[in-house]
Ligand binder design. Sequence first.
Ligand code: PMP
Length: 360
Amino acid sequence: MSRHFNFCSGPATLPLEVLERAREELVDYQGRGLSVMEMSHRGDDFIEIAARAERNLRELLSIPEGYRVLFVQGGASTQFSCVPLNLLGGGGTGNYLDSGVWAKKALAEARHLGGAHVAASTADLGYRRAPAQGEIVLSPDAAFLHYTDNETIGGVAYDYLPEAGDVPLVCDMSSSILGREIDVSRFGVIYAGAQKNIGPAGLTVVIVRDDLLDRARPETPQMLSYRQAADHGSMLNTPPTYAWYLCGLVFEWLKARGGVAAIAEVNRRKAARLYAAIDQSEFYSNPIEAGSRSVMNVPFRLRDESLDQRFLADAEAAGLLYLQGHRSVGGMRASIYNAMPEEGVEALIDFMDGFARRHG
Ligand code: PMP
């Protein structure tokens, strides 16, 4: 067996221990004589798998009483619609912070569904940093404040929790959830596509405060309704059972590694090593301002773009996969989520160093 280091932004690398456990249980789940994939989602075994996953996620994030955890489908992109549909029943618009590609997509969907107010934007700065607290101007008739904790493409993150005044704070945490500790009680809604720090693609986690379950616009489709998902244990229809099970295995893995505080420490170390290597070199660069640099996604450019394809080919040959930046921005990007071991980052730094010496 040869496992490469996978720097893909999502679907992303999964912990080897999780894949091995899944393999062990693949054909015959704990002596039941069938695979989790083949089980009824209404049966006792799957209900227990689902409940355990939720319990462990609640423990990992210290989710307080008064919040529901939903396991839904449609990806984080569907949440771009769910948020205005579920929160704007009383009218008004959403406040949106514009920090890059993903924030803009959420904003576009809100505009499409009735209105959005851009409360702050760093578009004019080329998204070189996240909006600062002092720049946020909330609209008085907005019903929530939405922001994107970590811009997966731009590599931009917030180093503070935006102040939402007396409306709920809503966060797209797709590429940073479980990567560092958060105070869930400060949020109204948190959502995240699973395929980065949670598990395989196909599942989206939504954490929603109870009092926000009944603010939906009347036309909200049942399948997009937080209330419906909450009342039906996220099983209004057939859920992606196997993805849910795998997410549960990732949560167990993370608990065994000491939980979010422990992994956050490792994440900070990995990111600090990689940014230092980029900053110290004349060959590579990252344009993001220090306070806004993502710990999860590290975009970087080669001084000479004509070497990009060579870099990628050599990296792949060295077992370092998916370092190509998003097609909209070019350059390189290393996604170094929870499941990327420190040795993976060290291997990348060694490779970058060698490449720069050969071509510098
Ligand atoms: N938000 C962020 C921050 C993302 O990184 C992504 C996916 N890369 C999305 C939303 C969209 O997620 P999905 O593909 O699950 O719809």
